[in-house]
Design a protein around this ligand. Structure first.
Ligand SMILES: *Cc1c(COP(=O)(O)O)cnc(C)c1O
Length: 399
């Protein structure tokens, strides 16, 4: 392996050469079933023809002009996203971290507009918001922060899925301006909060004029069976929502959407991006949204997601060493009682791509386009891998 790439990742020893749908082919010609989608990015599968066509045509027409000018595809994409989400306006960038940076800057500006000089944003334990200085500070994982101190001031952390903790933090911090939270924690271990959690945060934010900021970088764009995960709660609309990952099916594109109190906070000159919302990225995102609609993928994800979950429970529900199986749509978490990072390599040997996060949680984020047969293959292969892995563990560690 070349050493000219900075070694910031612990990579698996494999290189892929091409992909189609839920399948990847490595440089030796071996095929793998992808149950991770490039970490919730290639939601339509690899090289979906509609996205390939949109990118190819746009690449041959106009790639980039900068935000010094109007960009037609960006305006169309903003129209579509606001229509689907009930949000009002969109800022475009290139990644999840950048989308969250925009949200954090917006929250601070909102605070300053209310005369709060040192605004505080309430964030969660176990959260993940990105790797820039502000977003790694917002992230609730000491490993992400270690070595990068001093961190950015202005964040207060509370446990996830604990509404009282938020309420108390808000009472304690008069400088609080926003709550930043994932509707389902992805990196944190596919943690699905109680059904009233988001509504309670919404009500509190409305009462106290705080911004409810949802990081939907992983949960957004169909992943959970709704366009956006907050739509599982009827009538709920956040003030800020961030998107990236699945939005471009692999083309880098991120977005920070605003509504209500958050609208109008960022004005000309307050924020920007050279690449953000360029014609190429927006053409991919437009094709993604059209395809989700045309192929009725939200229904598909709801139906097949529930079926896969039931089958996982049948296969693993009674297995000693399996602590919990959970899901929302096509986000699956299988929590074991033992660390299981080794499962990723075992799965690779079995020609299936999975992920382990939060040490003990097998995370599956399959492409939304998989068929029933591929879904069954994922359930069967992963269940078998888990059983074999647990059987190889010392008994006392599993119990
Ligand atoms: C992946 C992720 C991010 C960071 O996105 P990048 O594109 O890697 O910067 C932020 N928030 C959540 C919830 C994520 O899953």
């Amino acid at each position: 392996m070349t050493e000219s790439v900075m070694p910031t990742y612990g990579r698996l020893d494999i290189t892929f050469a091409k992909g189609e749908g839920a399948w990847l082919t490595d440089t030796r010609g071996e095929r793998y079933l992808d149950a991770l989608s490039g970490i919730a990015v290639c939601n339509l599968g690899h090289c979906h023809p509609a996205v390939t066509r949109a990118i190819s045509e746009q690449a041959a027409t106009l790639v980039h002009t900068s935000n010094v000018y109007h960009i037609e595809k960006q305006q169309l994409l903003a129209d579509k996203l606001t229509q689907l989400s009930g949000m009002e306006q969109v800022f475009f960038c290139n990644s999840g971290a950048e989308a969250n940076e925009a949200a954090i800057k917006l929250a601070r500006k909102y605070g300053h507009s209310k005369g709060i000089d040192k605004p505080v944003i309430i964030v969660m334990e176990g959260s993940f918001h990105g790797r820039t200085m502000a977003t790694l500070t917002a992230t609730g994982n000491a490993k992400v922060q270690a070595g990068f101190e001093p961190l950015v001031p202005g964040f207060v952390r509370v446990p996830y899925n604990d509404f009282d903790a938020i309420r108390m933090a808000v009472s304690h911090w008069p400088e609080a301006v926003a709550v930043l939270v994932e509707p389902v924690q992805g990196e944190g271990g596919i943690k699905v909060p109680d059904s009233e959690y988001l509504s309670a945060i919404r009500d509190l934010c409305t009462q106290r004029k705080l911004l409810m900021m949802l990081d939907e970088v992983q949960t957004g764009v169909g992943r959970t069976g709704k366009w956006f995960a907050f739509q599982h709660k009827q009538g709920l609309v956040p003030d800020v929502m961030t998107l990236a990952k699945g939005l471009g099916n692999g083309m880098p594109v991120g977005a920070c959407l605003v509504a209500g109190l958050a609208k109008g906070v960022l004005q000309a000159g307050n924020h920007g991006s050279t690449f953000g919302g360029n014609p190429l990225a927006c053409s991919a995102a437009l094709a993604v949204l059209e395809t989700i609609e045309k192929e009725q993928l939200l229904d598909h994800v709801n139906r097949l997601g529930e079926q896969m979950y039931q089958h996982f429970k049948q296969q693993l529900g009674q297995t000693e060493g399996v602590k919990d199986v959970r899901h929302l749509g096509f986000m699956f978490g299988i929590e074991l009682t033992v660390p299981c990072a080794d499962l990723v390599k075992l799965a690779l040997q079995d020609h299936i791509l999975i992920n382990v996060t939060a040490e003990k949680v097998i995370r599956l984020l399959p492409p939304l386009v998989i068929n029933a047969q591929e879904a069954e293959m994922i359930v069967n292969k992963v269940s078998q891998l888990v059983k074999t892995f647990l059987a190889s563990q010392p008994i006392e560690s599993v119990a």
